[in-house]
Design a protein around this ligand. Sequence first.
Ligand SMILES: NC(=O)c1ccc[n+]([C@@H]2O[C@H](COP(=O)([O-])OP(=O)(O)OC[C@H]3O[C@@H](n4cnc5c(N)ncnc54)[C@H](OP(=O)(O)O)[C@@H]3O)[C@@H](O)[C@H]2O)c1
Length: 321
Amino acid sequence: MKQKEILLFGASGQIGRNLIRKLTKNNYKITAVTRNIHRAGYILKTQANPGYLDLVELKSFESDKIDELMKNTSICINLIGILYEKKKGQFKLIHTDLPDMLSQKAKKHSIDKFVHLSALGIEVSKDSEYANSKLNGEKKIIRNFKNHIIIKPSIVYSVDDNFTTNFMSLLNILPIMPIYFNGNTKFTPIHVNDLVNVIYNLIEGQNKNLVIECVGPEVLTFKEIMQKLLNAIGKKRFLLPLPLPIAKLSAKILQLFPKPLLTEDQLNLLKYDNCKSGIYKTNYDLGFQATRKFEEEIDKYSFNWRSGGQFAKDNNLEKTK
Ligand SMILES: NC(=O)c1ccc[n+]([C@@H]2O[C@H](COP(=O)([O-])OP(=O)(O)OC[C@H]3O[C@@H](n4cnc5c(N)ncnc54)[C@H](OP(=O)(O)O)[C@@H]3O)[C@@H](O)[C@H]2O)c1
């Protein structure tokens, strides 16, 4: 059977790596674009069988090079995204201008589908620059190219994420964990494998001209998520609700770190529930169930943060001495 060609931007991230495995196993040939082939190459090369993955280095979004790549593809997937700006204007560049350019090129080269990862809940969080830039990106794509599929996930988690793993590291070392907005903000976390299955099904099927929200099987508050993470790593910590002025001050300080733990923009986002909106169809409406439960999945990798590690409980060697 002839391989089908996919051009993938943002391949080295959590979703990209998992998506490469799913797609290449199913006879898709991927050309993955990365900014630094030496940094991303060693991890990407292990995600696919030989012959199914090519790596291309693009240091900036060079229009003619993207044209060249787009010419030979039938499906383009854009997973490039950032959580904070290192310089002013980066949200707009990455979340609005880049999808604008890619979807124009998708139209120019009459490709079959342009799949773009946006985010859930960005319609309401109007005081977040991240959310506004993502929403503007969606609008540009919809205007530019009708063969689009825009996927809007809630938090995506797995052993490869920057969410559960970072919080487990923090909960491990901090005696008191600050929580914002009383920890009441609701999320619908989706496991990366469930999300990747949805993306795969959307690529395989006839869907186009579609905006879809992707949610997991449970609605959990931020506080419930923290409690589940604490259970998983076997630690007890005090969850301290921070009054808003102090939360804002802490974000002002934390955003100065090279890899910020919290920015003012993220604090604004944390105000809003991250659940299906009712405006768009969800993965469930299209028959793509997300089945993985948060507690069961984090239990599979939380041993990295447990005292004694994975086998501490079952290690009977001490007893036999
Ligand atoms: N993970 C989540 O919980 C979540 C939730 C909602 C929406 N999303 C969206 O889903 C998409 C993929 O998420 P992810 O978690 O896989 O993302 P990720 O791990 O943060 O990685 C995205 C990729 O974007 C590229 N990238 C990062 N900064 C860049 C920059 N300044 N210029 C050019 N490329 C840059 C990187 O590729 P290279 O270093 O290889 O160039 C990186 O591997 C993003 O658009 C994200 O906003 C994610």
